[in-house]
Design a protein around this ligand. Structure first.
Ligand code: ARG
Length: 474
């Protein structure tokens, strides 16, 4: 093995020991050690939260007479300048400073000198990163909440336009009973409503502040953890210092909520793929949400929908990845936990993109009511209405009515007719008590308008449900 492989100091690009933790080290890390250790490439996304946490910590240290006001001012001014540098794209992120915390601290030392070294009093990167990450996930939840609501708004608007537009309802992807397109879209509004309650639920449990737990045991300095918690809009300080630095439940819950929301989006995306396909033609997406084929000139492919469908796989993968990282970790902090950020950042980005693309498609899609109605009327979709009529009017037990209606479907199929076209004489050969009044329930229009039970698909119900959804969700 080369000397470099063992990490001997003189040959490593990193050179000397790390300024932040190298006191007991003679040499610097091997190049490969540095590469596996650095997280700055991804955790730079925590910069705003890291600076906010440091500002709150610094102000508290001054109030508790742990830092002098002069040092506190120098630190706060330096941090504000660093934030401005990062936001202007002028900040020199450096791999040898490992992560966002040490990059900011090193830059602070360049800017204000020795006082920078006092900021880390009564703090560790363990409580620091736990705090930053909670703040970041909290912000992501708030952004997603607005986006989920935006998608609900787009769905409700289409549902209002199509409260009476008839489409086939499916079970097993077989034509089952006629429903309305508005009713179908409102089903997704309910799913998103549950997503919108899952994220804030996660936010409520997340909202405890780890800052001041220090490395794992708390600190000997007379800090005020309530003050820092309050300054950062947390509900309270986390109660146990070991738990505070080692808990990532909030990230797991966030990923679980994201994976479930992604599952909803992928189900909708799958329907869009089906509905736009030639044999269905239920909806049309404009050029804005389709792509062509480089070989088949006639193609209009629903790529956005396919990608939304696929992105849910990534969301599910992110949850599985972090569960696997966390399982079996002993208390308290372990470096494994640095691997918590990539899946969470990726999941937040992925879900934001999928929500935006889905909202775009919902606003863009144009249903073809004639095509939908044609399929809705196929497949003997009003056979249940027939059975219901036999039960209601002839007082047959529903099971008998079901059998009679089944026999009528069989007869109609043999004659190549729809139920509404089956001559009354044919019907009476199977059930003599049937009268011509039965035809009143056999059209798809009659079928949907009769579904007036609460939560049912009757157009009047759907219009009322859309108005109600507006009140509940928008
Ligand atoms: N970059 C680290 C992380 O993301 C910060 C905490 C490092 N703590 C430590 N004891 N080395 O987890």
């Amino acid at each position: 093995m080369s000397r470099k492989g063992r990490g001997a100091a003189p040959e490593t690009p990193a050179g000397a020991a790390n300024a932040a933790w190298g006191g007991r080290f003679a040499g610097g890390p091997a190049e490969i050690m540095q590469r596996i250790n650095v997280s700055i490439d991804f955790d730079k996304r925590l910069y705003a939260q890291d600076i906010a946490g440091s500002l709150a910590h610094c102000a508290m240290l001054v109030r508790q007479n742990i830092l002098t006001p002069a040092d506190g001012q120098a630190i706060s001014r330096g941090l504000a300048q660093i934030r401005a540098e990062i936001e202007a794209g002028r900040f020199p992120f450096r791999a040898e400073h490992e992560d966002i915390h040490l990059n900011i601290e090193a830059r602070l030392a360049e800017l204000i000198g020795a006082a920078a070294g006092r900021l880390h009093t009564a703090r560790s990167r363990n409580d620091q990163v736990a705090t930053d990450f909670r703040l970041w996930v909290r912000d992501a939840i708030d952004r997603l909440e607005r986006q989920l609501q935006g998608l609900q708004a787009a769905l409700i608007a289409q549902a209002e336009r199509h409260a009476a537009t008839i489409m086939p309802g499916f079970t097993h992807l077989q034509v089952a009973q006629p429903v309305t397109f508005g009713h179908h879209l409102l089903a997704y509004v309910e799913m998103l409503g549950r997503d919108r309650s899952r994220f804030p639920d996660c936010r409520r449990r997340l909202n405890e502040c780890p800052l001041g737990a220090a490395a794992l045991a708390g600190t000997s300095f007379p800090i005020d953890r309530r003050a820092t918690a309050e300054a950062l809009d947390f509900d309270r300080p986390a109660a146990n210092s070991l738990d505070a630095v080692s808990d990532r439940d909030f990230a797991l819950e966030f990923l679980a909520a994201a994976a479930i929301a992604g599952t909803h989006l992928s189900r909708f995306a799958e329907e869009v793929v089906i509905w736009t396909s030639e044999p269905f033609r239920f909806i049309r997406l404009s050029d804005a949400f389709t792509t062509g084929s480089s070989i088949m000139p006639q193609k209009r492919n629903p790529d956005a929908a396919e990608l939304v469908r696929a992105k849910s796989g990534r969301l599910l993968g992110a949850l599985a990845a972090l569960l696997a990282v966390m399982k079996g970790l002993p208390l308290a902090y372990s470096k494994d936990m640095q691997e918590d950020k990539a899946p969470v950042f990726d999941a937040a980005d992925t879900l934001e993109l999928a929500l935006a693309a889905t909202a775009g498609m919902v606003g863009d899609l144009e249903p073809d009511p004639a095509a939908m109605r044609r399929v809705a009327a196929s497949g003997y979709s009003t056979a249940t209405d027939l059975a219901d009529w036999l039960t209601r009017v002839l007082a047959l037990p529903f099971r008998d009515a079901h059998r009679v209606a089944g026999a009528l479907v069989k007869r109609a199929e043999a004659l190549g007719l729809g139920l509404a076209e089956l001559p009354i004489a044919e019907m009476q050969r199977i059930e003599p008590a049937i009268t011509a009044a039965v035809f009143e329930v056999l059209t798809v229009e009659k079928s949907v308008t009769s579904r007036t039970s609460y939560g049912g698909t009757a157009p009047a119900n759907v219009a009322a449900a859309a108005a109600e959804a507006r009140k509940r969700f928008l």
